[in-house]
Structures are given as C-alpha cells and as structure tokens.
Ligand binder design. Structure first.
Ligand code: ADP
Ligand code: TRP
Length: 330
C-alpha cells in the first residue's frame, strides 16, 4: 500500500510544553524515522481529557504541540500529522473494540492503576477505557511499528491482544504491531536526578523547547550534580549532565576529554555547566525560533493539521468499514 519502508504510528498528548526529554526520547527519533518510512503522528486530545483539564486552554495546547512537532522537523510532506479528535473513526472503532475487551485486561493496566489513584476524585470510565482508544488509534492505520517509551509498552501489548481477539472472533484482519524500542537516552530531572525529567515535577526540573537562552543558562547553573549516585543503577545528576553533553555537543575534543567514567575530569562543574548550557542552546535555538514563527501564523499550522486529517481519514474510514462489515454492521 505504501511506497517506502515500514508503516509507523505514534501519538503524544497535548498536556503541556515539550521538554528536552520528550525531544531526545521521542520527537527526534520520529523525525529520523520519517526519512525512510510511512509515518503517522497524532496529537491525542481525546486521551488528554481523561484527567481534569481546562477546556479553554486545550485548543492552544494542541496548536503548540503541532508547532513543536513541525519546528522539530516533522515534515507534513513526508508524514501524516493530525489531531485525533479530527478523525471520528478513532472513537467509533474504540466503541467496537469495547465490545471485545475483557474487563480484567483493562483493570490490570499499570497506568490505569497509577492515574486512578492519582485522580481519585475524578475517576472516570475514560481513564479505564484509555487503552481501547489507543488500540483504535493504532490499528486503524495498520502500522508495523509503534515507537513509544517504556511506560506505554503495556498498552501496545494490549493492542496486540485486541488484534488477536478480533481476528479469532471475526476472521483474520489485523496484523499485530510491534513496539519500536529506539536507543534513546532517558533524560533525568535537573533538580531530582533520581526521577525522569517530567513536566509534572515543575518547570525548574526541565528544559523546555520554548525556553529562552538565558533561562537555559540559569536552569543548568542550578542543576544538582551529586545527588543519586550509581549504587542501585541510578545515575547521579552530574552523570545526567555529562550524558546530555555527549548527546548534544559537537565538540569532539572536549567529549573525548570527558572520560568514559562520566567524570568531568580536569574541569570543575562551574566550568562545565556553561559549556553544557551553550550546547543545549545551540541545539534548541533553531527549534525555538521556528516554533515562534509557526505560532505567529496559527492559521497555517491549522491548515497543515486539516490536510493531515484528510489523509488520515482516507485510511481510517477504509479500516472502519472493513471492521464493521466483519462485525455484521455494514
Ligand atoms: P511527561 O512525563 O513530561 O508528561 P510524556 O509522558 O507526555 O512526558 O512523554 C511523551 C514522550 O516523551 C514519550 O514517548 C516518553 O517516552 C518521552 N519522554 C518523556 N520524558 C522523557 C525523559 N525524561 N527522557 C526520555 N524520554 C522521555
Ligand atoms: N498513551 C500515549 C502516551 O501517553 C499516547 C498515545 C495515544 C499513543 N495513542 C497512541 C502513542 C498511539 C502511540 C500510539 O504517551
């Protein structure tokens, strides 16, 4: 069906500004994958509303995530970039999948257990059914591979289970997609390096793609260097910073100087940190500028998303119609 490589699909929630962890751990890899594969990238707004949120802010979050994707190099000429709620087939397929999902499968999902205890006052059926919608997101496009972080692999396994269940009940149709595990660095929090960099811990734990150079310099200057330690496999703050430098800097001589033990060697942290800050700034500045430019022309970004929607719908509608036919609903 497609002229090049594998079919690949992934999604991200519009739940706030993207940080260096999201970029190194996901987005940068997506940009590479689109060169030789047929990629679908979706902004999953219907997943984002399963926890308390501000409806007035949601459209801007979607727009900003789209701008982040485009600024980081997702090319709408090469990949299909679209918003989940623009393609109603996702919700319809999710309902059909509801009817073949054993309840026990949903209740054992780790993310459900975590989120349900975190949002006790706002538990809703959407939180439980979240993986069914994700299975629909995926299976509508028949991908070979789904690049996701470790926390989402259980949902891709669940998707494979649903594909098998559908096939055994209604006849062979879906192929089971595989998790694509990229060799990507796990970026740790700047202030509590035992935890991963995450926007949920607060802005000073993260470097955002939208951070101005001066903000980046300040955040790196305040980053913890000696916390954690390596005893139980956790990395220290210092090692986290060195790892970032090795990934981001093109200064080969200095990288060589930083020995394999991930020590700054002859350098003091007070000398090393400004070098790291500049390496981060050099990497992120073009993305930040492009992002700003895109956000000054929101109509153009919206147009790109609508064109992505049109391409996605052609495929989604065909899958849904095949499924309905097999389920006796055509
Ligand atoms: P957050 O934890 O900030 O809410 P998400 O869970 O929305 O981030 O993650 C979106 C994508 O970015 C996922 O593919 C995830 O694996 C990746 N990611 C998130 N945080 C990191 C990190 N600190 N290091 C590497 N990858 C990350
Ligand atoms: N649940 C994923 C997350 O929180 C986002 C997501 C939704 C997704 N649908 C998807 C990821 C389909 C990959 C494929 O990160």
């Amino acid at each position: 069906m497609f002229p090049k490589g594998k079919v690949i699909l992934s999604g991200m929630q519009p739940s706030g500004a993207l940080h260096l962890g999201n970029w190194l751990g996901a987005l940068k890899n997506w940009v590479n994958l689109q060169q030789d594969n047929h990629c679908f990238f979706t902004i999953v707004d219907l997943h984002a509303i399963t926890i308390p949120y501000e409806p007035k802010e949601l459209p801007q979050r979607v727009l900003e995530l789209a701008a982040d994707f485009l600024a980081a190099g997702i090319d709408p000429e090469k990949s299909v970039l679209f918003v989940q709620s623009h393609v109603p087939e996702h919700v319809e397929l999710a309902w059909l999948f509801n009817t073949i999902t054993p309840l026990g499968e949903l209740e054992r999902m780790t993310q459900f257990k975590d989120k349900a205890s975190e949002h006790r006052e706002a538990q809703n059926a959407g939180l439980l059914n979240y993986p069914i919608l994700m299975a629909a997101d995926i299976l509508l496009y028949h991908p070979d591979l789904v690049p996701v972080g470790e926390d989402q692999t259980q949902h891709v396994e669940f998707t494979r289970t649903l594909a098998r269940k559908f096939n055994s009940t209604f006849g062979e149709y879906f192929t089971e997609p595989k998790v694509y595990e990229a060799q990507v660095p796990r970026v740790m929090s700047l202030l509590e390096p035992a935890k991963k960099m995450s926007k949920s811990y607060g802005p000073n734990h993260c470097i955002f793609l939208s951070d101005e150079p001066e903000t980046i310099r300040k955040k790196i200057a305040k980053a913890v260097t000696d916390d954690g330690g390596t005893a139980d496999g956790r990395i220290s703050g210092g090692r986290n910073l060195l790892q970032l430098f090795k990934v981001l800097s093109d200064d080969k001589a200095l990288k060589q100087q930083l020995d394999d033990q991930y020590r700054v060697g002859e350098l003091k942290y007070s000398e090393f940190k400004p070098l790291l800050a500049e390496a981060i700034i050099k990497t992120l500045e073009p993305i930040r500028k492009k992002r700003q430019e895109l956000l000054s022309k929101p109509k153009q970004v919206e147009k790109t998303l609508l064109s992505g929607r049109d391409s996605a719908r052609v495929i989604a509608a065909k899958t849904l119609s095949d499924v309905k036919e097999r389920m006796g609903l055509a």
